[in-house]
Design a protein around this ligand. Structure first.
Ligand SMILES: *[C@@H]1O[C@H](CO)[C@@H](O)[C@H](O)[C@H]1NC(C)=O
Ligand SMILES: *[C@@H]1O[C@H](CO)[C@@H](O)[C@H](O)[C@H]1NC(C)=O
Ligand SMILES: *[C@@H]1O[C@H](CO)[C@@H](O)[C@H](O)[C@H]1NC(C)=O
Ligand SMILES: *[C@@H]1O[C@H](CO)[C@@H](O)[C@H](O)[C@H]1NC(C)=O
Ligand SMILES: *[C@@H]1O[C@H](CO)[C@@H](O)[C@H](O)[C@H]1NC(C)=O
Ligand SMILES: [Zn+2]
Length: 462
């Protein structure tokens, strides 16, 4: 190596050594799995050995505080953006955007309208923009073109595709030559059965047992593919489920003429668009109508719900108390289980467990915000997160890299990492100085001065 070469190498090393060794996590892989409507306490109510196995060998957050409204699309988009619904724009499963003059509805396949999704960039796009590949099996939104992009690999949404087929695809993408570092997996149960029968129905035991078997199937397949020990697997959900009843129905037709408004989103969060000029009439007819219905004008929706700043949130919002339904009248369809209620209610909260090289073992904590999942994902993937409403600090205590020397003290952690970086860096510098001096004693002094002027420029630039 020439003198010039030594100096360049030395400079590069001292610049990057402490950082690479001590601050940045090794780039890791993540599989994120959502079982729609898996309430946090199902694992205590029903036998679930596969879930409990993972808890013993990984981390468990008892209850996730998800975002309002506690419905499927808003919460799945929060998990992959770290944003409240008002900021990512998917504020409900049924929406009307007065600026676009367009609707979004699961029943009419208008969910493929990209514009509704483009207030945010989901993690799969950010991952790809930072040089990686993502794969998605039916995760809501992953077969929609968003800002011109799809996941690197994805499946078109088709409810009939089995869990086994979804898992097979993801494993294929994880082990392929052009492999993914981020996989997203979605499964429709236990949400559908929870709606149909209600969470208190004894038949839910069999539904949850089946999910426990699916989870075991996933673990076995990952083991067969030699992925289980190297992959970080996060198992979570979008929301919980509450028991409804024909005895707890609020009929709007009893209080206000249905010609005065359009119902955009449905029970238990009724988004009301009044006819031009009728806002106050509709609001005053409803505001004190029923003791189990809270009615807000958009600008008065409580701050803690973070549900105001979007043109898709309608001028009036009526929210039912847990277990109550708001219908136009009794002949409207309703189901024995529902969700969408205030995100402060434990029955609305999802489950969270994780297993893998990045996660500690047999560690439990009470709660986290679902917005914290996104910064956690970005940290695990080694990518730079976009601005969001979560915080990695809230979930660092789940990670091996920040295993607390009790009590958890982040500054101590960082300074430890920093000083070990300094020490290792200094050893390297000393080593090169020794070689440098050896080199000098062998070279002619005059030659060195010529070299030195040449290398002055690149050193200054680096
Ligand atoms: C909104 O779109 C509908 C058709 O979807 C149309 O009839 C209506 O005139 C539009 N309204 C405005 C204000 O552009
Ligand atoms: C959905 O998946 C099922 C099962 O794999 C298949 O039979 C069916 O053709 C698929 N439907 C569409 C529209 O692709
Ligand atoms: C109930 O509402 C539906 C529309 O939501 C309407 O078609 C039906 O006539 C109403 N029934 C009664 C009894 O008012
Ligand atoms: C897991 O943690 C609990 C309490 O935190 C402890 O009682 C139990 O022995 C631990 N199990 C293992 C296998 O370390
Ligand atoms: C959530 O994050 C977005 C993006 O940084 C920001 O614009 C918004 O104000 C945040 N919301 C709250 C309530 O802090
Ligand atoms: Zn649902």
């Amino acid at each position: 190596m020439t003198l010039n070469g030594y100096c360049r190498f030395l400079t590069i090393c001292t610049l990057i050594f402490p950082k690479t060794l001590c601050f940045l996590p090794k780039q890791q892989r993540v599989l994120l799995l959502s079982f729609d409507g898996f309430r946090w306490d199902y694992i205590y109510k029903f036998p679930t050995p596969s879930f409990h196995d993972i808890i013993k060998n990984g981390v468990h957050v008892e209850q996730i505080t998800n975002v309002f409204i506690t419905k499927t699309y808003p919460n799945h988009y929060t998990m992959v953006t770290g944003l409240y619904a008002e900021s990512h724009g998917i504020i409900a499963n049924e929406m009307y955007d007065p600026v676009l003059n367009e609707t979004f509805s699961m029943n009419h396949m208008t969910i493929y309208n990209s514009k509704f999704w483009e207030d945010a960039y989901p993690v799969w796009i950010t991952n790809q923009m930072q040089g990686h590949r993502s794969g998605a099996a039916m995760w809501p939104g992953t077969d929609v073109q968003i800002h011109g992009a799809f996941p690197t690999y994805y499946m078109h949404y088709n409810e009939s595709v089995s869990f086994e087929d979804r898992v097979a695809k993801l494993i294929e993408w994880f082990i392929s030559e052009e492999s993914i570092n981020l996989g997203l997996l979605y499964w429709e149960q236990p949400d559908e059965k929870g709606h149909l029968w209600g969470p208190n129905n004894p038949r839910m035991k069999a539904v949850i047992a089946e999910i426990d078997e699916l989870l075991d199937y996933l673990v076995q397949e990952l083991k067969k593919a030699k992925l289980w020990d190297t992959l970080n697997v996060i198992i979570t959900s979008d929301h919980g489920m509450a028991q409804s009843s024909a005895d707890r129905i609020i009929e709007l037709d009893q209080y206000v003429d249905k010609d005065l408004y359009t119902m955009i989103d449905h029970s238990p969060d009724v988004a009301i668009l009044p006819v031009e000029g009728q806002l106050d009439a509709v609001f005053s007819a409803l505001v004190k109508a029923h003791p189990h219905m809270t009615v807000y004008k958009k600008e008065d929706i409580p701050y803690r719900l973070h549900y105001r700043h979007s043109s898709r949130i309608q001028p009036i919002l009526a929210v039912a108390d847990e277990g109550w339904e708001i219908l136009q009248n009794r002949s409207d369809h309703f189901e024995l289980g529902n969700h969408g209620y205030d995100n402060i209610l434990p029955d609305m909260h999802p489950i969270f467990l994780a297993h893998g090289p990045a996660f500690r073992k047999n560690v439990s904590k009470q709660t986290m915000e679902s917005t914290d999942l996104y910064p956690l994902l970005c940290y695990l993937l080694g990518i730079e997160p976009l601005p969001n409403n979560g915080s990695l600090e809230h979930v660092k205590d789940l990670l091996v890299s920040a295993a607390p020397k009790e009590p958890l003290d982040r500054h101590q952690e960082e300074s430890y990492a920093y000083y070990s970086g300094i020490v290792l860096g200094s050893i390297l510098v000393l080593g090169f100085l020794v070689m440098f001096v050896k080199h000098l004693t062998r070279s002619q002094v005059s030659a060195m001065w010529i070299q030195n002027t040449e290398i002055a420029q690149p050193l200054l630039q680096s």
